[in-house]
Design a protein around this ligand. Structure first.
Ligand code: ADP
Ligand code: MG
Length: 398
């Protein structure tokens, strides 16, 4: 063994210590040693340095080997401790071995010392490897458990999505089906009356509304599943014109706006391009704007844009049903809604996706709301993002 052996020697006779070291050196070890003869020095030696082996005399006046062994155990140190002494009474030897001493060697029998040390060093190695293997296997088990939990969450969220979708999709379908059946019956009876008196008109208006509802649900679903259940990655780095985004989303939803009865006013306070993913930002703004229409009770809605050197802020303010303080955080989580399904259909994914998108842009969505009075949502985006983060993952939010 050529590597340096660090030996702590508890001994009050320097000659004895030198003798021990000579034995070790003779057998080919490179030795670094320290001799101490009291408990205070022992404590600081353990604290400040690492030792390969401790050799302790039994009869040092200021030192109790039993105390030392307890201290080693208390500190959970794995350092072989060998008693090297002129005399050790048999009952004391047993007591020390019980307390954790690895061996005892008589001073007149020192040829046993080196093999004993080497055996103990080998055993320490084995114990360390075993411990390392155990730790690795524990870490592996932990990783596996996290993976299983993630998978379970994915399965749960899929099942939840399916349950919510099937419920939400069935409602408009049932409504349209009932009306269609009414007309089929009328047709079979040659009952032309069924097609006058505004019936047909009402039917078409209702069908159109239900189809819009279905289209929104399907869009939300597709969005959600396409983005890996909420893992939003930005593929593009456009110079996004947020003013154009606002106008585009509003004109695309003109029918819905008309039906909602809300007046939309747009205030472009200042405008400048920001870097980001245009399509994603349209989607995020659209989700918030459509909520304002849907939950805005037909009252006026203000959309505004301010851009300064650092950031851009779009705000959407409605005067509708508002949100209770307890619900404000919850509604950004997936499938979370603060309205009853019978009043408003929806999957509860719009704000979740909107927030994921904004977070992937290193921005944030803020909301101020008062129940029964209205809500104000703000999308705040940095004009330039720092490089490293452009993915917003599900685990941080759900
Ligand atoms: N402008 C708003 N006014 C009042 N409540 C809102 C508004 N926007 C969102 N909410 C609440 O947040 C919930 C979650 O919104 P969202 O994730 O878009 O799902 P969905 O619209 O499908 O229910 C809604 O169900 C509603 O309770
Ligand atoms: Mg919504």
């Amino acid at each position: 063994m050529a590597s340096e052996l660090k030996v702590l020697i508890i001994e009050d006779n320097p000659d004895d210590a030198v003798l021990l070291v000579r034995f070790l050196k003779k057998s080919g070890h490179v030795v670094m040693y320290r001799m101490i003869d009291n408990q205070t020095d022992f404590q600081s030696a353990l604290k400040n340095e690492s030792w390969d082996i401790i050799l302790s005399d039994f009869n040092v006046p200021q030192f109790s080997p039993l105390w030392a062994l307890n201290l080693i155990e208390e500190r959970e140190l794995d350092i072989p401790f060998i008693i090297v002494s002129g005399t050790v009474p048999a009952d004391k030897a047993v007591e020390l071995m019980k307390a954790g001493a690895n061996d005892y060697v008589m001073k007149d029998d020192l040829f046993r010392l080196v093999p004993a040390i080497e055996r103990e060093l080998r055993e320490v190695q084995i114990r360390r490897k075993k411990k390392q293997a155990e730790e690795e296997s524990l870490a592996q088990k932990d990783r596996l458990r996290v993976l299983v939990e993630e998978l379970q969450r994915a399965v749960d969220s899929r099942e939840e999505l399916i349950a919510i979708c099937s419920h939400e999709l069935r409602t408009p379908i049932t409504s349209m089906k009932l009306q269609t059946q009414h007309f089929i019956r009328a047709l079979s009876k040659d009952n032309a009356k069924a097609f006058i008196d505004n019936y047909l008109h009402k039917f078409i208006i209702n069908t159109n509304r239900q189809l819009d509802r279905l289209a929104t649900l399907v869009d939300d679903m597709i969005d959600y599943s396409q983005s890996g259940s909420g893992l939003v990655t930005l593929n593009r780095n456009d110079q996004v014109d947020l003013e154009a985004v606002i106008h585009k989303v509003i004109s695309k939803n003109q029918d819905t706006i008309d039906r909602s009865g809300s007046q939309i006013s747009i205030h472009i306070i200042s405008s400048a391009p920001i870097s980001g993913d245009t399509r994603r930002l349209e989607q995020s703004f659209s989700n918030i704007f459509l909520n304002a229409l849907r939950y805005g009770k037909g009252k006026p809605i203000q959309v505004s844009l301010v851009v300064d050197e650092k950031q851009a802020m779009i705000s959407v303010e409605d005067h509708g049903i508002g949100i209770a303080p307890d619900d404000v955080d919850r509604i950004f989580k997936r499938f979370e809604r603060a309205v009853s399904a019978s009043d408003f259909s929806g999957l509860g994914l719009g704000l979740f996706m909107a927030r994921k998108i904004v977070e992937a842009h290193q921005g944030q969505i803020r909301v101020a709301s008062s129940l029964g009075k209205g809500s104000s949502f703000q999308i705040v985006l940095p004009r330039n993002r720092s490089q490293e983060k452009s993915v917003s993952s599900t685990s941080s939010a759900a």
